[in-house]
Design a protein around this ligand. Structure first.
Ligand code: BGC
Length: 724
């Protein structure tokens, strides 16, 4: 990778110990832009040894190419050896042109689309000065109370890995020195999404078997795709915070997976070893993290204040420091920074690319393909010649639909629902009424009455509900994941006034929609769709686009069902099958049972897809052989559409309890009106492997089933045997 012939070892040989340690420190851009003498305020109270400032190796949280260049120029001029900084940033769902949140993108089940989105973000971001992005976030999740589920692809490890690897390849390209690309950093290793009770930063206790089977595969898929960097997670895993967890970072990551890229701590994670109660001594925290393989300290005082001292007193060898520094210098070399410290970034490029037509078009398409039609009694799509249209609800004309981690995206760039419909139907008579406060905490009876009156006078109503953006994302967990505030009551009022009401949702997680599902004729989930959200929603509602997204994280019937996920282990007393329904002593909940309201893989279309058949070319195989599965799906409608054909596997009897089903393949296919698609999958023995009680990755001979359809609606289940 990379064309540079720069001699990093010769540079290293010239560096003092302090200069070397500096390369292992990452500080916010706001700090770096200053000079040593200027250090007052936050950096001083942060307790950082400001004499280290000129040596700092990388930075984050800067704003655009102008600032990047100014900081880079100043830094390189002041640094004795003129070593460029690396500029890093979180580009989670777009740089300036914002595409849907990752949970939505997962719902598109389209890795090519994810690739397109990531490529455009890489171009924009790189033009804006970003050289490394803290993406992809591939934490596996089962609990929608956790706010960061919006950054993930949901509850399936296979889908997570496919989407993670696609992002790595798209961001990095073949050469990270190419100004259209940048280095990627997979995060948060490991199992950050397993936070107990869905509370952010909470402790994680997960067996090794479960870690390896569900939580690890996506990180590993990103490493196999060649990701440059990795970020350990904030949480403690089985009693030890990731940054200090030797089993995780040494045994698994380095020795087993042979990851030799740059490891960067999460924001102040080294400092947080104190709050975790692992050590009250910042120097000891620095030693622990460094010896455990963390190369760069993001925003704690640990490395800056103590690493050099740890070397001088003989606790850490200078060779070890050299190894880590060389990795950082090699990253700079691979990015081509010794030749071009701006990595091709320029104001002109940033301006030309950000929000350009082509990128907005990709963002719009991504928002359309990520939307999930959860329910439709036939009122959608709405006719375009509708005369009087009422747009009601807190999201009726709300541009705050970017979603958390919107990077440089701006609220004012986003098209609201109203703006989208106006663009599509310039002559329609549209009345807009918020119905209740944007932040959902006012009862607003007057607005209710007004909403009901407007609804009753309209030919069709679009009721726009959801969560405020700040209810999901980092630090934003919810104990109750129903629609916030008075929105269910507003929905009752509006739907009672006009039955021709379609609900559109904007949200960062699966919500509890039991009440809404009972009364709403149609529900279209847009998630947080980004810059082009309103345009995409309008095209979907009026049939210019056909919904094709599928749920990737179960929608519970009640918050108390969390964690809820389709691929759960069999129990000895299930309550899933007709014969179990009268069992009093069964694994279920009184009142709401144990099925999701909208399970994994569910999502409707305006087309009518009929699964005609599923055929296996053989009913047994041995290792080294494969079974071809052919599924035929007919589009029994007069509208072309896309269907995600899903293949599930169940291992009926094994030495450890197996999930009741696991997704082992999916393909999104476009099927013309009245046409039939034939989709084939190959099933091989490695796809049947699992971790046994001793954590050996094995397949065991016996009977398996394959099914298509979606999680709680399996069709054409057929069995086959794996022979010894
Ligand atoms: C988040 C990371 C992010 C980092 C830098 C942390 O708070 O957990 O995901 O990459 O900040 O912005």
């Amino acid at each position: 990778m990379g064309k540079s012939t720069f001699d990093t070892k010769a540079l290293l040989a010239k560096m003092t110990l302090e200069e070397k340690v500096g390369q292992l420190i990452q500080l916010n851009a706001g700090f770096i832009g200053k000079s040593v003498a200027e250090i007052t305020g936050p950096l001083q109270s942060f307790g950082f040894d400001n004499t280290m400032l000129p040596y700092v190796g990388s930075t984050l949280n800067f704003h655009g190419v102008e600032e990047m260049k100014a900081i880079q120029d100043k830094h390189m001029a002041e640094d004795r050896l003129h070593i460029p900084l690396v500029f890093m940033m979180d580009i989670i769902h777009g740089y300036r042109t914002i595409y849907p949140i990752p949970l939505a993108r997962g719902a598109s089940f389209d890795p090519d689309l994810v690739t397109e989105c990531s490529k455009m973000a890489a171009k924009e971001g790189s033009a804006g000065g970003v050289q490394v992005t803290f993406t992809p976030m591939v934490d596996y999740v089962r609990d929608a109370r956790w706010g960061r589920v919006m950054e993930t692809c949901g509850e399936d490890p296979y889908l997570n890995g496919v989407m993670g690897a696609a992002q790595v390849r798209a961001f990095q390209g073949d050469d990270i020195s190419d100004p259209d690309h940048m280095a990627a950093c997979v995060k948060h290793f490991a199992a950050y999404g397993g936070a107990e009770a869905g509370r952010d930063y909470n402790t994680v206790e997960i067996s090794e078997r479960l870690l390896r089977e569900y939580y690890f595969p996506a990180y590993k898929a990103c490493i196999d795709a060649g990701v440059t960097m990795l970020m350990p997670s904030f949480n403690s895993l089985n009693g030890v915070p990731s940054i200090a967890n030797e089993w995780l970072l040494q045994d698994v990551l380095k020795k087993e997976w042979k990851f030799d890229g740059v490891v960067i701590s999460d924001y102040n994670a080294i400092g947080e070893l104190k709050r975790h109660g692992i050590t009250g001594d910042a120097k000891e925290a620095a030693r622990m993290a460094f010896e455990n393989g963390c190369d760069i300290d993001m925003m704690s005082v640990g490395y800056g204040n103590h690493l050099a001292e740890l070397v001088r007193e003989g606790t850490i060898s200078e060779e070890k420091i050299d190894e880590a520094v060389l990795k950082v210098l090699e990253l700079k070399k691979a990015l081509g920074l010794f030749e071009d410290p701006y990595h091709g970034a320029s104001e002109e490029k940033e301006k030309a690319l950000c929000l350009c037509e082509e990128h907005r078009e990709i963002a719009r398409r991504a928002a359309e393909e990520s939307a999930v039609l959860l329910k439709n009694n036939g009122i959608l799509p709405l006719p375009k010649n509708v005369k009087k249209l009422a747009l009601i609800g807190p999201f009726a004309d709300n541009q705050e639909i970017r979603g958390s981690w919107g990077c440089n995206g701006k609220t004012e760039d986003c098209t609201s629902m109203y703006m989208g419909i106006r663009n599509l139907l310039p002559d329609a008579e549209i009345t807009v009424c918020r119905g209740c406060s944007n932040y959902f905490d006012e009862i607003g009876e007057e607005e209710f009455e007004e909403a009901a009156r407007i609804a009753s006078e309209a030919d069709a109503v679009i009721l726009c509900l959801g969560e405020p953006q700040k209810y999901s994302g980092e630090g934003n967990s919810r104990a109750d994941i129903t629609l916030p505030g008075v929105q269910d009551a507003l929905a009752r009022k509006v739907i009672a006034a006009n039955a021709n009401t379609a609900v559109v949702l904007f949200n960062g997680r699966p919500l509890v929609l039991k009440e809404l599902d009972a009364i709403a004729p149609a529900i279209l989930d847009m998630w947080f769709p980004g810059t082009e959200g309103g345009n995409a929603a309008a095209r979907l509602l009026f049939g210019d686009a056909n919904p094709s997204g599928k749920v990737t994280m179960s929608f519970p019937k009640a918050t108390g069902q969390c964690p809820i996920y389709y691929n759960h282990p069999s129990t000895g007393r299930p309550k899933r099958y007709p014969e179990d329904q009268h069992q009093p002593y069964a694994s279920s909940y009184i009142g709401c049972g144990n099925l999701a309201l909208y399970p994994f893989g569910h999502g409707l279309s305006y087309s009518n897809f009929v699964y005609e058949s599923m055929e296996l070319d053989r009913t047994s195989m041995t290792k080294g052989e494969k079974i071809a599965v052919t599924i035929r799906v007919r589009n029994d409608s007069d509208r072309a559409g896309k269907e995600v054909v899903q293949l599930y596997m169940h291992d009926l009897y094994a030495s450890t309890v197996r999930p009741i089903q696991s997704l082992i393949g999916f393909k999104k296919v476009e099927i013309g009106a009245g046409e039939t698609a034939t989709v084939t999958f190959e099933v091989t023995e490695p796809m049947l492997r699992f971790y046994d009680a001793k954590c050996n990755f094995v397949s065991e001979a016996g009977e398996f089933t394959l099914s298509t359809g979606y999680a709680d609606n399996l069709l054409f289940t057929q069995s086959f045997f794996l022979n010894e």
